[in-house]
Design a binder for this molecule. Structure first.
Ligand code: ARG
Length: 401
C-alpha cells in the first residue's frame, strides 16, 4: 500500500518539485501524480514547465492562471488591512500560499485525488501555510511533503533526479533562494545568511540602485475606491495592470527594498531581502487615506486588528475563523476609504505629499487657526476639567495635597 493513490503536486519546474514526481511514485507508492503550476504573475513561461512535468512522469500537468484572483482575493484585503509582518514585510510570498493551496484542493476534488503534495522542506513557513490551508479547505485530503522527509542533500537530490532523466540545472545554480510573483521578490540564503553582509546589488531585479535613479522627483497619484486601489494618475486600471505599472514607476526610483531579520513560525530567525515596490507604496498610501476618512478611534482600534491579521497571514491561518471574523471588521471600515493620495518618489523615498476624499472628515472650519475658526474654545475648559478629574483626585490622595 502506498501513501496515496492519486496526488496533486504543487509544481514549479525546479529540481526539488521535479524530483518529487518519481519520488512519490517509486518511494511512496503513489499510482498517479498530477502536477499543478500556478501563474501568479512571476513573469515566467509556464508551457515548458508543463511539458517538463510530463517528462518527469506526471500523468497530467495543469497550469492555472491565477494572477487576477491573487490580486483581488488575497492582495487587496491585505492592502485594506495595511498588513506588514513585524512592521516591515508586506507578506508578498505569504499571500500566495493560501491561493495555491486552494488551487491544489480544487484540482484534487475535480480529479478525485486522495492527497495533495508540495516540495517544501521542514524549516520554512510555507510548509505550515500549505498544510494548514489544505486541512482547512478539505480535511479529508492527505498532505504529502516528500522534501520534508527524504533527507537528501542538494547533490543527492540532483543525482536521484538524474536516475529518472531529470536534468541537473544547466547553469551553475545561484546561491540564493528566490521566490517571485507579481508583488515582487523574496531573496535569501547564500552570502545573505550573514546578517552583517550587505546585499549585493546583483540580487535586485525590480528596484534600481539609488545611484541609477532619476535626478528629478516624480509624482504619482493613486486612486482608491472603498480601500481598493483603482487608478494611477487618473487612469482606471485593472488590478493586475495596476500593480505591474506601479512596480515599474516605483522601482525606477529605488523604492521598495527591505532587508530584515524575521521570526519564522518554526522558531528560526532568518534574514530575508524583499523588493515589493508597488505593494509597499500602496499600503503607505492606503493607510494615509484612512487617516483622512476614518475616525481616530476606528483607526487606532484597526491598528491592533492589522497586527493580528498580518500575523495570521504569515502563520498560515488565512482560512481560520479568526481571520474571517476580522475580515468583517476590515470590510466595514473600508466603506468610506475612497479618494486620491499623492506621492513624491525620489532617490529611494516615497513621501506622501497630499490626499483628498469626498468622504474626508478633516474639517477645515474646526482645524484652522485663522479667523473663520468654528471650534468652541470655551467648551475645552469643561472637557479638560472632567478629563483630568480622576488624575487630579489621585494626586490629591497619594501626594498629600
Ligand atoms: N520569508 C518569507 C515568508 O516566509 C519568504 C519565504 C520564501 N523566500 C525565499 N527566498 N524563497 O513569507
Amino acid at each position: 500500500m502506498g501513501r496515496a493513490e492519486k496526488v496533486v503536486l504543487a509544481y514549479s519546474g525546479g529540481v526539488d518539485t521535479s524530483v518529487c514526481i518519481p519520488y512519490l511514485i517509486h518511494e511512496w507508492g503513489v499510482k498517479e501524480v498530477i502536477t499543478l503550476a500556478a501563474d501568479l504573475g512571476q513573469g515566467e513561461e509556464l508551457k515548458p514547465i508543463q511539458e517538463k512535468a510530463l517528462k518527469c512522469g506526471a500523468v497530467e500537468s495543469l497550469v492555472e492562471d491565477a494572477t487576477e484572483a491573487f490580486v483581488k482575493d488575497y492582495v487587496f484585503p491585505a492592502i485594506q488591512a495595511n498588513t506588514l509582518y513585524e512592521n516591515r514585510y508586506p507578506l508578498s510570498t505569504a499571500l500566495a500560499r493560501p491561493l495555491i493551496a486552494k488551487l491544489l484542493v480544487d484540482a484534487a476534488e475535480k480529479y478525485g485525488a486522495d492527497a495533495v503534495a508540495h516540495g517544501c522542506t521542514g524549516k520554512g513557513n510555507d510548509q505550515v501555510r500549505f498544510d494548514v490551508a489544505i486541512m482547512a479547505l478539505n480535511p479529508n485530503l492527505k498532505v504529502l511533503a516528500p522534501a520534508r522527509e527524504w533527507g537528501m542533500s542538494r547533490e543527492e537530490t540532483i543525482a536521484y533526479g538524474e536516475k529518472f532523466g531529470i536534468e541537473s540545472p544547466v547553469k551553475k545554480s545561484s546561491p540564493y533562494s528566490i521566490d517571485r510573483n507579481l508583488l515582487g521578490r523574496s531573496i535569501e540564503a547564500g552570502p545573505l545568511e550573514d546578517p552583517m553582509t550587505e546585499p549585493p546589488e546583483e540580487i535586485y531585479a525590480l528596484t534600481k540602485a539609488i545611484a541609477d535613479t532619476p535626478d528629478e522627483p516624480e509624482y504619482v497619484e493613486i486612486g482608491f475606491e472603498k480601500g481598493i486601489p483603482v487608478s494611477i494618475n487618473g487612469n482606471s486600471l485593472q488590478p493586475v495592470a495596476l500593480i505591474s505599472q506601479l512596480n515599474e514607476i516605483v522601482g525606477n526610483h529605488g523604492v521598495g527594498r527591505i532587508d530584515m531579520i524575521e521570526n519564522r513560525v518554526v522558531g528560526i530567525k532568518s534574514r530575508e531581502i524583499y523588493e515589493t515596490p508597488a505593494l509597499l507604496v500602496l499600503i503607505q498610501a492606503h493607510r494615509d487615506l484612512e487617516s483622512l476618512t476614518l475616525t481616530g478611534d476606528v483607526t487606532r482600534y484597526k491598528r491592533g486588528i492589522e497586527q493580528t491579521y498580518g500575523e495570521l497571514i504569515y502563520q498560515g491561518l488565512w482560512y481560520s475563523p479568526l481571520k474571517q471574523a476580522l475580515d468583517g471588521f476590515i470590510e466595514k471600515t473600508q466603506e468610506t476609504v475612497s479618494g486620491i493620495v499623492r506621492i513624491k518618489l525620489f532617490k529611494g523615498n516615497a513621501v506622501i505629499v497630499g490626499r483628498k476624499s469626498d468622504n474626508s472628515i478633516y474639517t477645515p472650519d474646526l482645524a484652522t487657526y485663522g479667523a473663520d475658526d468654528q471650534f468652541d474654545h470655551k467648551a475645552a475648559e469643561g472637557f479638560i476639567y472632567i478629563w483630568g478629574l480622576p488624575t487630579k483626585v489621585w494626586s490629591q490622595k497619594t501626594r498629600g495635597f
